[in-house]
Design a protein around this ligand. Structure first.
Ligand code: BGC
Length: 468
């Protein structure tokens, strides 16, 4: 092994499971061996990601969509006006009123609306009717029903964009599945629902993804920002690409030098290119999910699934008689019961060398662990988290190499990144080792999907004015 590969190999190891019973330790480590990626596997994934990115950008079949967002510039401090921003992606829908003066937010009113499961998984029309109702409710409560309000719509799902104002939904992800609106334009669905109500003067001017909002919001904090990353319920990244490298332009390109590309890396591997790392745990996780056989990569790394991967492993160890031998914890058998936030809490114990969070989490499942159980649960959380952080780092390192910029700041948002105690440090370490020639920085952004939507709406108006 070359020295650089040896360093990488050593860095991606997790601490050995500290059990006194050697046979048991060996059995548990063997059960998890496929979850542990070697340096050679990391390099192989890097090559595959690079190739999928290149195919996607050249409009060839690929599991990476590499979608043109039609956002050709970053905020430059001239953004002005009063904007509405919508954020749809999680179980809460948010409506924001944002006032920008010289690119700075001087007013921000926000209201959250819960979206019931029957709206998230039924027909799409009632869902968009409900979104329009929330918008009206909010605008009227602000007394702005007679004011023409430009709106930026953060729609955090894969979509095909023909312009800044169209977003054809390709597939739902996360906890949404309203099949009748797949292949329909989310902007038109929203506009039509607002028009049917006819009680406000809201004008949808742009649609965007939450990663894009995060990149733009990051750019207001650090001008080197050129990647937006979400590590939350779902996961995805976008980046600033040279416009001449992008083949999909509708209508044709007019003078843009750069443009933001939405990678949609949640779908990485949907064509089978990542099958060689798929474990039985991943297969079960997929089978238990709302949208089976889609979003392969997201199911390895994101907050919607990491807890479930851990749960599936714990249940396997339990069934093999290696864990919780004193009782049968029925609650743990429920799909989706082990939240990713629990994984973050347990990982905090590993960092601190304690066990109180682990005990608290297990108490929710009526489990009173012994010392060995604690160590095993912590080990499983570490292995699953570490694999996720490594996979994300592999893609980011490859992206940095592809971008060939002097220095890149990566703006990050999302509950997994923010709540997990080790993601940031693992990512800093792994990206540096996987892409040693590149200078990068990870920064946290606050609410890129809300604020970024207002910024995009402001940019959309500037672009329109320039064309007039
Ligand atoms: C969606 C992306 C989104 C990501 C983070 C994924 O499931 O496909 O569009 O950016 O979640 O919210």
């Amino acid at each position: 092994m070359m020295p650089a590969e040896r360093i990488l190999h050593e860095a991606i190891q997790v601490a050995p499971l500290g059990l006194t019973d050697d046979v048991k330790r060996q059995k548990i480590e063997n059960s998890l061996v496929q979850m542990r990626l070697s340096a050679a596997t990391a390099r192989k994934i890097q090559d595959i990601f690079r190739s999928e990115m290149n195919k996607g950008i050249h409009q060839q079949p690929s599991s990476l969509q590499m979608e043109n967002t039609y956002i050709p510039e970053l905020p430059n401090g001239t953004e002005e006006g009063l904007f509405l921003a919508l954020d749809l992606g999680g179980t809460n829908f948010r409506v924001l009123l944002i006032e920008l003066v010289n690119g700075v937010i001087v007013r921000e009113d926000v209201k959250k609306y819960h979206i019931d499961a029957h709206l998230r998984t039924g027909s799409g029309i009632p869902l968009f009717e409900y979104l329009a109702e929330c918008v009206s409710n909010f605008v009227i409560s602000e007394g702005l029903q007679d004011v023409e309000l430009p709106l930026g719509f953060t729609f955090s799902f894969p979509m095909i964009q023909h312009s800044l104002e169209t977003g054809i939904l390709l597939t739902w992800t996360k906890s949404f599945n309203c099949p009748d609106v797949v292949n329909k334009d989310a902007v038109k669905l929203l506009k039509d629902a607002l028009a049917r109500r006819a009680d406000t003067r809201v004008k949808v001017v742009a649609v965007l993804n939450d990663t894009t909002g995060t990149l733009l919001q990051g750019a207001t904090q650090d001008p080197n920002t050129a990647i937006g990353l979400i590590l939350g319920t779902g996961s995805n990244a976008c980046y600033l690409e040279r416009a001449d490298k992008v083949e999909h332009w509708e209508p044709e390109r007019h003078g843009e030098r750069e443009v933001i590309i939405d990678i949609e890396w949640g779908a990485f591997g949907d064509n089978g290119v990542l099958d060689f790392i798929k474990t039985d745990f991943d297969r079960e996780n997929d089978a238990n999910s709302l949208l089976v056989k889609s979003f392969t990569f997201e199911k390895y790394i994101s907050g919607k699934y990491l807890g479930e991967v851990v749960r599936i492993i714990l249940v396997k160890l339990l069934k093999d008689g290696l864990l919780f031998t004193r009782e049968t914890p029925k609650k743990l058998l429920t799909v989706g019961s082990f939240l990713t936030d629990y994984v973050s809490l347990i990982e905090q114990d590993t960092v601190d060398g304690g066990g109180s969070n682990t005990k608290e989490v297990l108490a929710k499942f009526d489990i009173v662990p012994d010392e060995e159980d604690l160590k095993i649960v912590q080990y499983v959380c570490e292995v699953a988290s570490n694999r996720a952080a490594l996979l994300v780092s592999i893609c980011l390192a490859t992206l940095l190499d592809h971008m060939e910029r002097e220095e890149v700041t990566i703006a990050v948002d999302g509950s997994l990144y923010k709540h997990h105690p080790r993601f940031e440090s693992w990512m800093n370490q792994y990206i540096s080792l996987l892409s040693p020639a590149r200078k990068f920085k990870l920064i946290q952004t606050q609410d890129g999907s809300g604020k970024g939507a207002a910024i995009v709406a402001a940019i959309a108006l500037k672009l329109k004015q320039r064309l007039e």
